[in-house]
Design a protein around this ligand. Structure first.
Ligand code: DLL
Length: 366
């Protein structure tokens, strides 16, 4: 099953129960054309909350903890999905939602949550607010962060863990299959999300041929739902690229941290580039802040890439030209493509309050 199957049947064509049994609908925004709707029965919501509660236990959150939920509430599955999971666990949810960044800092300071969840790119925004307000992030009550909804690298994990002195774990899911709650990393090992295989049967296929590959080999992740009522899916192609790995902290299998989606892959003069590869190099370049955006454009009919980054607030004296040259060289050496690098002042790169927009494609505009 592919995304267009769901889109073609918008809004309820694939709903497998009478509509009167549906008690909630979520929808994915979909940048192009019609959205995709996810109907849920009461039983689906119950399973979802259970899976989410299981995620929090894996993350190291307990029933005595307070968790600030900064995922967007509404049609996006992140906010409400996490919300009911925190309640199901018996922990205390702070239903903050996304945005109002300084208020997020205020709530952390006042309510002293032990856990927090949001996209990792939004956490960078919150980190910046700490610096702006002159508050030491390492002094916060936060011990566990549950980050997902977008790809993020080990380098980003280290950046945020060190800045706040906390453990950051990866949460994975997608609206079509359920929302968050499909897989979550265990805090003991932090070695890729454990897939809740009793609800979601995973396979990895070769995205070109559709053939199933062995565990340990890379390819596209495919799910068959085992317990969903309103929108059961058979062999749904996620377009996410990963590998299946044996269980470690739990007996169920893990997926490797997602490096990219087939849709996000940039092909620059024949070289495949994922935004996460650029993220790694930005993080490894001294003097740069952790914010970046990739711009694709055409010059003399050739596809070109420009990476927008900025000087780290802590290193305001850093030389822009020299830092740009260092990053451009790293991109050439480690990724194999030539890129222009534009180093701006702190704040020059657009900030995210949810999923970050990593690539801006201006190739049609020459
Ligand atoms: O992003 C569900 C979610 C909410 C997951 C909150 C985690 C936390 P969608 O908006 O439908 O659903 O987007 C799903 O986001 O196919 C992946 O490409 C990407 N994605 C989600 N989690 C991760 C992750 C939610 N941990 C799409 N790492 C998926 C990398 C992720 N990519």
């Amino acid at each position: 099953t592919v995304k267009t199957d769901l889109r073609d049947e918008y809004p309820f064509g694939l709903c497998a129960v009478p509509l009167k049994e549906v008690v909630r609908v979520h929808a994915s925004s979909g940048t192009t054309g019609k959205p995709i709707t996810g109907p849920y029965t009461a039983e689906d919501l119950d399973q979802w909350s259970q899976c989410m509660a299981r995620n929090f236990v894996a993350a190291g959150v307990g029933s005595e903890d307070i968790v600030q939920n900064a995922y967007g509430y509404g049609l996006f599955t992140g906010g409400l999905g996490a919300h009911y999971g925190i309640e199901r666990l018996g922990a205390t949810v702070v239903p903050m939602g996304g945005g109002q960044t300084e208020k997020q800092v205020g709530l952390i300071t006042d309510l002293k949550p032990r856990g927090i969840m949001m996209t990792p790119s939004y956490m960078l925004n919150i980190l910046e607010a700490y610096y702006r307000l002159g508050i030491d992030p390492r002094g916060s009550s936060l011990e566990i962060a549950v980050f997902g909804a977008e790809p993020w690298t080990e380098a980003m994990r280290k950046e945020i863990e060190d800045a706040f002195n906390l453990n950051a774990v990866d949460i994975y899911g997608l609206s079509e299959v359920m929302g968050p709650g499909v897989a979550n990393e265990c805090v003991e090992t932090k070695d890729g999300p454990t897939i809740w295989e009793d609800h979601f049967y995973p396979e990895i296929i070769n995205p070109e041929t559709g053939e199933v590959v062995e565990d340990g080999e890379s390819g596209e992740l495919v799910f068959t739902t085992l317990t969903k009522e309103a929108l059961p899916l058979i062999r749904y192609r996620t377009r996410d690229l990963t590998r299946l790995l044996p269980g470690t902290a739990r007996s169920m299998r893990r997926m490797e941290k997602i490096t990219g989606r087939t849709d996000d892959m940039i092909i620059l003069r024949g070289v495949n580039v994922f935004p996460t590869q650029v993220e790694e190099q930005v993080m490894a370049t001294a003097g740069l802040g952790p914010y970046f955006q990739i711009e694709l454009f055409k010059a003399n009919r050739m596809d070109r890439m420009r990476v927008h980054v900025e000087i780290d607030v802590q290193f305001q004296g850093a030389a822009k030209d020299q830092t740009a040259r260092i990053l451009a060289k790293r991109i050439k050496d480690f990724i194999g493509v030539s890129a222009e690098v534009n180093v701006g002042d702190p704040g020059a790169v657009a900030r995210s309050q949810g999923k970050a927009v990593r690539v801006v494609d201006n190739r049609d505009e020459e």
